[in-house]
Design a protein around this ligand. Structure first.
Ligand SMILES: Nc1ncnc2c1ncn2[C@@H]1O[C@H](COP(=O)(O)OP(=O)(O)OP(=O)(O)O)[C@@H](O)[C@H]1O
Length: 254
């Protein structure tokens, strides 16, 4: 078993976390830490367990073994709702907005349910809404919007909960290439304006390389590499993890 990552400056930390579903071990002994205002990318081929790791860090799932710590305190058994109140917020691969309601109502509900005092007329929130094409559509029913806009709305709703740690599960999935630069502005605003730390699970390697000074690779039930993207993405074992998988073109694009 590896020693847990040093907890000194870690905001959120997985210590030797394992997850099994019945006889299927998704991963074992994974240790990963997220520092103050740090942006860490987690990559790996389909089925490697990236979403499962987010589920465990957010409190949606309990690990089979290991601990999750928030600013050094053990939050392993703490529920998703309580962890959200502590500032650990996740977003989803699919769009997650309230099906009924306008863009503005969705934004207000996100703010209300979290009890945050962040106003949607904060300049940087307005700038993101504008960037997403939503400022001109505040009175539109959200489920009538194109998929990409719904996805960006869901991401901005997460900001309105004022997270201290934001766990992003494939934020660029379903966005057009031209829309993907929204994610750059979004993550920059989260770190700069909220002082939050960000864990980014993503298949778009260009985006990962632009945003993440440090990445970790999950494959075959283990964390096989961790470090700066240029170094990690040129490693033989990382390239091999992607070879022959549908995700191979992710690395080829990078
Ligand atoms: N609730 C669950 N019950 C049983 N098995 C599950 C459950 N959630 C995930 N798994 C299994 O865990 C493994 C990892 O899935 P996960 O969705 O975490 O992978 P991923 O790396 O996020 O994949 P992708 O890149 O395709 O989104 C898969 O084999 C999946 O079938």
């Amino acid at each position: 078993m590896r020693d847990p990552a040093p907890s000194g400056s870690a905001v959120l930390q997985a210590d030797n976390v394992s997850k099994r579903f019945g006889g299927n071990t998704v991963f074992a002994d994974v240790s990963l830490s997220l520092g103050d205002k740090e942006i860490v990318g987690v990559i790996g081929p389909n089925g490697a367990g990236k979403t499962t790791l987010i589920n465990i860090l957010s409190g949606q799932l309990e690990p089979t073994a290991g601990r999750v710590r928030l600013r050094g305190g053990d939050v392993t058994g703490v529920s998703l709702a309580k962890r959200a109140k502590l500032g650990v917020v996740r977003t989803f691969q699919q769009t997650k907005t309230f099906k009924s309601g306008t863009v503005e109502e969705n934004l207000r509900r996100a703010q209300m349910f979290s009890g945050s005092n962040l106003r949607m007329d904060e300049p940087y929130v307005r700038a993101l809404l504008d960037r997403a094409g939503l400022l001109a559509r505040l009175d539109h029913l959200s489920d009538t919007l194109p998929y990409g806009m719904q996805k960006m709305l869901g991401l901005i709703m997460a900001i309105l909960t004022k997270p201290g740690v934001l766990l992003l599960d494939e934020p660029a999935a379903g966005l057009e290439r031209s829309e993907r630069f929204f994610i750059d502005d979004y993550v920059a605003a989260v770190v700069r304006e909220l002082g939050a730390s960000v864990l980014l699970v993503e298949h778009d390697m260009e985006l990962v390389k632009r945003l993440c000074p440090r990445i970790a690779v999950l494959d075959g039930g283990r964390l096989i590499a961790e470090g700066p993207p240029a170094e990690v993405l040129s490693r033989r074992d990382v390239i091999e993890a992607y070879l022959g998988t549908a995700d191979e073109e992710d690395l080829a694009d990078a």
